[in-house]
Design a protein. Structure first.
Length: 166
């Protein structure tokens, strides 16, 4: 019986910021293969054996998006069981005193934050916080990029440029 394992690809990239204490160190970076818009997400959901057509799923997701934004603008957090909570936060400069505090002068932005589901008892997918989610992902290395943006490969334990003879 064949199994279809889906993996997350990553590239290894070398830090190129000479001012950083991490300069020259290597870090994994997730490869984002594509971005689904709402219509694409609706099609994906409909393909998973749903009794609802893509148009019906799209309608529900579209309404969900506008309602969620409306609620977050009102200061209401929205929790999606099995996924997590979306909630508003404010980005502002600090004031020396609350006297004559003018929000317009200090407020720089409003953000929608995401807090992943972390309680296995309340989640159909279990704990999806970053460290727990890591355990359920299959990783596949794609490329190695040095600090100059040049692709590399490992041959006999040595890093070489692509195109160099083995």
């Amino acid at each position: 019986m064949a199994t279809n394992k889906i993996s997350m690809q990553y590239d290894l990239k070398q830090n190129s910021n000479e001012d950083s204490t991490a300069f020259g160190k290597w870090y994994p970076r997730a490869v984002v293969l594509s971005t689904l818009n709402l219509r694409g997400l609706a099609a994906h959901i409909a393909e998973h054996g749903s009794i609802y057509t893509e148009d019906v799923v799209y309608g529900v997701l579209s309404k969900f998006t506008s309602c969620m934004l409306e609620l977050v603008k009102q200061g209401v957090a929205v929790k999606l069981d099995g996924l997590g909570k979306f909630y508003p936060t404010l980005e502002a400069k600090g004031a020396e005193t609350p006297v004559n505090y003018n929000l317009e002068s200090y407020l720089q932005g409003v953000h929608i934050r995401y807090l992943p589901e972390g309680s296995e008892a309340n989640s159909s997918h279990g704990d999806i916080t970053s460290r727990k989610l890591k355990k359920s992902v299959i990783f596949e290395q794609r490329m190695i990029w040095d600090k100059n943006g040049k692709p590399k490969r490992i041959v006999d334990g040595q890093m070489v440029d692509y195109g160099d003879d083995e």
